[in-house]
Design a protein around this ligand. Structure first.
Ligand code: FE2
Length: 403
């Protein structure tokens, strides 16, 4: 089925509209319209480190095993209390009553006196600790989709600023099967299909997923600590780690290309943060690497080498082996780090109508202190300043998203 055929399936909500409204926390010198593009950018190659600069082993709270958490939900699950739900509901109603567009929401106009400090502690844990938290009991079935989306975005302001999720600048993504063909990986975003998503991270510091409807079967989540995977690979397969630290990987922009940009970028998978902390972080999605045969077949870019194919396979297998499994119920919000946690999703089967199909609302958030990813050695300033504006104004070459 062609992309966008089921456009009308998406409910009409004002936040689908791409916006130039300011989002107060976004650094204006980098993102003049306040809404940064989801587009991928090439690194500054001179700032990239070589394999020998990488640590042999990483320690600290970002390193965790599935066994540390799988039988201890109290360490990573927070149930909304009745008082917290009431506070969230009031902040949402008050905000909606002002008539402010959703993209104008900030911590200042979405006050959460008791939930706010809790969100700050979760934020610290997501960014600098284990990298994940599951909030349960969000009243998604009691509230309208509009109210749920507003409350969810309001919570998100306590983590960071919105990042657009596609070439149209949408800041609230709908993760649901719109019938797109997952074999057409050069132009289809897998979140719009029911196919398995291999371990990957999204193009922001934090990703949130709010479950509105569950699938009939499948669609379950697995997450892995990048630093535990890294330590394991350094012991078992240092050659794979070395391959992942080389700037030999082409990533597809899948048509979300601004004027003057190549339709792909060349970069690496593992990086060292260019700060005193010097943390190792990961930016990876195998679908964006595998989809480039249209350029490698013409000789425009180098095809994946046997070493790269091996690294891709070993990384996926190691993540799976070391991962923590979780199932998202209606009213669950999963918040994940995109720097030191990799996530995947099993394939799924939807209910027959009229039972609603699986539907998650996705937020991509970044933070001023990390500038989109632990001080990425990415983006020369001109490239960054183009931000969401050009991507927004230049129609993508492929009609990727129709919401
Ligand atoms: Fe994702």
């Amino acid at each position: 089925m062609a992309p966008g055929v089921l456009l009308d399936d998406a409910p009409e909500l004002p936040h689908y509209i791409s916006s130039k409204r300011l989002n107060n926390d976004a650094p204006k010198d980098i993102f003049p319209d306040g809404i940064r593009t989801s587009g991928q950018h090439p690194p500054i190659y001179s700032k990239l480190k070589k394999y020998n600069d990488y640590p042999k082993e990483i320690s600290g709270p970002t390193v965790w095993k599935a066994e540390d958490y799988q039988n201890s939900p109290e360490k990573w699950v927070h149930w909304f209390t009745e008082a917290e739900k009431a506070e969230l509901g009031k902040a949402t109603d008050d905000f909606l009553a002002t008539g402010t567009p959703l993209t104008g929401i900030t911590k200042d106009n979405f006050p959460l006196p008791t939930l706010g400090p809790l969100m700050e502690s979760f934020r610290e844990d997501v960014l600098n600790g284990k990298g994940f938290i599951l909030m349960k009991g969000f009243p998604a079935q009691e509230w309208s989709v509009d109210k749920s989306a507003t409350a969810y975005i309001g919570l998100g302001t306590y983590f960071g600023y919105f990042v657009s999720q596609n070439g149209k600048g949408h800041i609230l993504g709908h993760v649901k099967d719109l019938g797109d063909d997952p074999t057409q990986i050069h132009r289809v975003r897998i979140y719009r299909t029911n196919a398995r998503q291999f371990f990957h991270c999204d193009t922001s510091d934090i990703v949130g997923l709010l479950c509105i409807h569950r699938a009939k079967e499948g669609g379950e989540s697995d997450i892995a600590s990048v630093h535990h995977v890294y330590n394991t690979l350094q012991k078992e397969r240092p050659d794979v780690v070395e391959t992942l630290t080389k700037p030999i990987w082409y990533f597809d922009r899948k048509g979300e290309v601004s004027e003057g940009q190549d339709p792909y970028i060349r970069t690496q998978v593992l990086y060292i943060e260019p700060t005193e902390q010097g943390r190792v972080y990961c930016k990876w999605d195998p679908y964006f690497v595998r989809s480039l045969t249209r350029f490698s077949e013409t000789g425009e870019i180098t095809p994946l080498s046997p070493e790269q194919l091996e690294a891709l396979k070993v990384l996926e297998e190691t993540c799976m082996r070391l991962s923590l499994h979780m199932v998202l119920d209606v009213g669950d919000i999963q918040w994940l780090s995109n720097e030191h946690v990799l996530h995947s999703r099993t394939s799924y089967v939807d209910h027959d109508p009229p039972t609603p199909r699986r539907h998650l609302l996705r937020l991509w958030l970044s933070t001023p202190e990390s500038e989109g990813g632990w001080k990425l050695p990415f983006h020369d300033s001109d490239e960054r300043k183009r931000g969401g504006i050009q991507v927004d104004n230049v129609p993508p070459k492929y009609p990727l998203d129709g919401e």
